[in-house]
Design a protein around this ligand. Structure first.
Ligand code: SF4
Length: 304
C-alpha cells in the first residue's frame, strides 16, 4: 500500500487560501489530509469531501481548461483532425453528466467526482443561471478556436513545444514550488506562456502568479527574465494582455514567496514534520466571507 506524506510545498493557490482565511487553509491542507482513507475519522472524511466542492464559476473555468488541454494534446500527438464543434459538444455532454452527479450528491460516495457548493449548501440557483454557465463555456471555447494562438498551435514545430497544463515544480530555499502553465512554447529567443482566463478581467491581479511562472521559466529553460513573455488571454472578451518579465518583478516575487512561506510555517506545530493543530489557525475577520466557504458546515466558528 502506498503511504503518502503531507509535505510542505508552496503554490499560488495555497497562498490564496492562507490569505483568505487561515482556518480554511488549515482544512484545505491539513484537516482534510488522509480523508480519502477508509480508516480516517468521520470529520476528516467530511472535510475531504467538502474540500473538493466547486462553484459553478470554478467549474466553467475547469471545463474550458480541460477541453483546451485535450485539444492541444491531440494536436501535439497528431492523433486526429480536431473539430471545434465536436470538442464543444463533448464538453457540454460531460458537464450535463457532472451536473446530474452533483445534484444527486454523488460526491459523498465518490469525493473526486463533481460536487457543487451550490448543491451542498442548497443555494437557490435558477436553471437559467446554470444555462448561462454552459453558454459561458461555449463562448470561451469558441474564442479559443477562432484565435490566432489556436492557428499558431496547429502549425507549431515540435521542437518549439514546452508544456501543456502539466503540474511542474522548482526548488526554492528548501521547498518545492508548484506551477501549472496552461501552454508554453519557444518562439525565437523567447519563452511564451499562455494563461487562459475565464473570469472577469482584473488588471494587475495576477502579478504574483505570472511572476511565479516567470521564475519557473527562467530556472527551467535557462533564459533571462526579459526573454519570458506571459499572455493572459481573457476568453470571454477575447482581450489579451502581454507582459515581459522584469528582473525587479522576480526580486519582489522572491520576497513575497519567502514571507508567505514564513507566515505559513510560523503556525505549524512542527516545521520539519509539517504538522499543525487546528486551533492555531485563526478565523477570517469578515464573517460575511464564511457564506461562501466550503467548510462552513464543519467550521467551529459556526458549529460550536
Ligand atoms: S467558515 Fe469562515 S472562519 Fe470557517 S474556515 Fe470558512 S471562512 Fe474560515
Amino acid at each position: 500500500m502506498t503511504t503518502y506524506t503531507n509535505r510542505f510545498t508552496w503554490s499560488k493557490s495555497r497562498d490564496d487560501s492562507f490569505r483568505k482565511c487561515p482556518r480554511m487553509y488549515y482544512f484545505q491542507y491539513y484537516g482534510s489530509w488522509g480523508g480519502w482513507s477508509e480508516d480516517a475519522d468521520e470529520r476528516t472524511k467530511k472535510i475531504y469531501v467538502l474540500k473538493q466542492l466547486q462553484t459553478r464559476q470554478m467549474w466553467a473555468g475547469k471545463k474550458v481548461h480541460e477541453c483546451i488541454k485535450n485539444v492541444i494534446e491531440k494536436i501535439r500527438h497528431n492523433t486526429k483532425t480536431i473539430s471545434a464543434q465536436e470538442s464543444i459538444e463533448q464538453t457540454l455532454a460531460l458537464m450535463r453528466k457532472e451536473f446530474l452527479n452533483s445534484k444527486k450528491e454523488g460526491y459523498w460516495t465518490e469525493p473526486k467526482s463533481c460536487g457543487f457548493f451550490e448543491h451542498e449548501y442548497k443555494l437557490p440557483v435558477p436553471d437559467s443561471e446554470w444555462k448561462n454557465t454552459a453558454d459561458h463555456v461555449v463562448t470561451c471555447l469558441n474564442t479559443f478556436f477562432n484565435s490566432n494562438i489556436y492557428r499558431t498551435i496547429l502549425q507549431l514545430p515540435r521542437e518549439q513545444w514546452l508544456e501543456v497544463e502539466k503540474l511542474s515544480s522548482f526548488p526554492y530555499s528548501g521547498i518545492e514550488v508548484f506551477v501549472m502553465l496552461d501552454f508554453a512554447f519557444r518562439e525565437d529567443q523567447e519563452i511564451v506562456i499562455y494563461d487562459w482566463k475565464t473570469g472577469k478581467e482584473e488588471p494587475g491581479n495576477h502579478k504574483i502568479q505570472l511572476a511565479c511562472y516567470g521564475l519557473y521559466a527562467v530556472k527551467q529553460w535557462s533564459v533571462k527574465p526579459q526573454q519570458v513573455k506571459t499572455v493572459e488571454f481573457y476568453l470571454a472578451s477575447s482581450n489579451q494582455r502581454e507582459h515581459y518579465l522584469e528582473e525587479k518583478e522576480l526580486h519582489s516575487f522572491r520576497q513575497y514567496l519567502e514571507e508567505s512561506v514564513k507566515n505559513m510555517k510560523d503556525l505549524l506545530d512542527d516545521e520539519a514534520a509539517n504538522t499543525a493543530s487546528e486551533e492555531r489557525f485563526a478565523f477570517v475577520n469578515n464573517e460575511k466571507f464564511c457564506q461562501y466557504c466550503n467548510y462552513y458546515k464543519i467550521c467551529p466558528r459556526w458549529t460550536h
